[in-house]
Ligand binder design. Structure first.
Ligand code: PXL
Length: 277
């Protein structure tokens, strides 16, 4: 069945993240991508200075009402970086109005990394994001985001008990299914833990020495695309992880490509993994 996804996240005009990543990746996955831009920025906020920022929250109710009048329905809604706290309630009302029966709300909290919130966000935003996560079918936090969502101390090194503690707290908030990224138990390796109710599935992969901005968006978009195409969550988590690692590996070979990961040349591999995996 042909699937149409609505993705709600910002347009960073330059910088290879959010919608400029989600649109091509979702299209490559073979699903129709509709968009609702949450904000427009001249660049992303990680490494550039003096970026412009326009919050588009005020446009959201009229867009929602028009879609409702036109009876537009989506197979899934996937949210990422939102521009402001008021968007959380708009997203919930857009789900109410447009998500088809049985459709999934997939939330990437997209607000923090390496122990810190992104610029422009504060604890009030993190709390509001917690409400959206609690209403989601799947959430895709990294460890930093899981810590902000659950008021847990961020640690660089940890054991399985710490990770299980994060999952338990997230599930107690109402997040039934968690895809936790960047879970690393040994030098040179990292991975993703998929927790669906009581079930746990850990996929470990190589950890490359370089890291790139925007890889969370590449990961989440590939996960959503693969999952919407009928893969199970653990299968989609593996496809997305393998693709993201290849994008990081490719980017390491480029000069002066610090602002994002070059995901475009690897799209063929993602399509192959979805079609033949
Ligand atoms: O990749 C996440 C992201 C999305 N959008 C904007 C960002 C970031 C990360 O910093 O700044 C505007």
């Amino acid at each position: 069945m042909y699937k149409r996804i609505l993705t709600i996240q910002d347009i960073s005009c330059v910088g290879q993240c959010s919608l400029t990543v989600a649109l091509p990746i979702l299209s490559a996955c073979g699903v129709e991508a509709s968009i609702l831009p949450s904000a427009v920025l001249s660049t992303h906020t990680a490494g550039f200075t003096g970026f412009t920022f326009r919050d588009l929250a005020d446009d959201m109710p009229a867009i929602r009402d028009h879609w409702k009048k036109e009876n537009i329905q989506f197979s899934a809604i996937y949210t990422g970086y939102l521009g402001s706290i008021s968007q959380v309630d708009y997203v919930l009302s857009i789900r109410e109005a447009t998500l088809q029966k049985g459709g999934k709300l997939i939330v990437d909290p997209a607000m923090a990394d390496n122990g810190k919130l992104y610029p422009i966000f504060d604890m009030a935003y993190a709390k509001a994001m917690g409400r959206l996560c609690a209403a989601a079918d799947y959430i895709l936090p990294n460890i930093t985001e899981a810590c902000f969502l659950t008021d847990t101390e961020y640690k660089e090194t940890y054991d399985e008990g710490y990770i299980e503690g994060l999952i338990t707290k997230l599930q107690a908030m109402g997040c039934k299914n968690v895809v936790l990224t960047g879970v690393s138990y040994r030098e040179g390796f990292t991975g993703v833990l998929v927790a669906e109710g009581e079930k746990r599935h850990y996929y470990e992969h190589e950890k490359l020495p370089n890291s790139c901005h925007g890889t969370g968006d590449i990961y989440a978009s590939a996960f959503v695309g693969a999952y919407t195409r009928g893969k199970t969550a653990p299968q989609a988590a593996k496809i997305a992880a393998d693709y993201t690692v290849e994008c990081i590996r490719y980017t390491a070979k480029l000069d002066n490509h610090w602002y994002g990961a070059a995901f475009e040349p690897l799209l063929g591999k993602l399509i192959e993994a979805i079609d033949n995996g």
